[in-house]
Design a protein around this ligand. Sequence first.
Ligand code: ZN
Length: 290
Amino acid sequence: MLAVKGDTQVNEERYRGRLAPSPTGLLHLGHARTFWVAAERARQRNGTLILRNEDLDPQRSKPEFVEAMIEDLHWLGITWQEGPDCGGPYGPYSQSKRRQHYLSAWRSLRDAGLIYPCTCTRKDLAQAASAPNDLDDGPIYSGKCRSRTDARQFAEPAGVNWRFRVPDGEPISFIDRHLGPQEFLAGRDFGDFLVWRRDNVPSYQLAVVVDDAEMKITEVVRGADLLKSTARQLLLYRGPGWTAPDFYHCDLVRDESGTRLAKRCDALSIRALRAEGRSPQELIGSSPYI
Ligand SMILES: [Zn+2]
């Protein structure tokens, strides 16, 4: 299908994938595998690959890690056509420069009544932790503030937490292109999740959905640790009526003892493995660590 956008024609069916590393540390072997799969899927489909710098958290993101990620990806032999280093039609490609986009999404969600201000303290949240514990993401939110109706009185999100009101009891299902059918139950597998933090930073969930929608991503390739996040994000897509991309979740890379590599990323950083004399092919293909 062809859509006219401005005075250029854009083929909406054309594959658009992305690599979305956070510059809060060095890329490790798990990233290398996932990014290689993402790059291959874009290449095989003659598509476009986007590099997005997920430097949303001003405290934890460091410019030196942005440089390191670009260098490590190049060393792996991965190339992209749009990104913070080369520009493109859907920039900026660094999340720290996309605040207006997230604020606009926050306003849409607020106006649609899908989010609410939450003033629970850390203590309130800890006390509510008798509710089933979601090991990946902390306790499921108790719902103490979910009946608040004063969202529209806020002109700006800053100062309180903002949560998405999930439809309790609704199964959220999708077909993962690698792992097959997936289903999560809203309110049981995850609760009302954050879309904006009281320190005035949008949540990962909100930023990723806004960026993937606006950058016209057609398939998201990422680690299987984010399967449940996908269920949350599908609810966010549905809110403003955005079209969700397809998802391809890669198996997590584990070491001999079954520990996820993300937990010990320093020893297995791409940089450290490269310094040991390992080749990109070794890291991407069969590896002694798998
Ligand atoms: Zn609350």
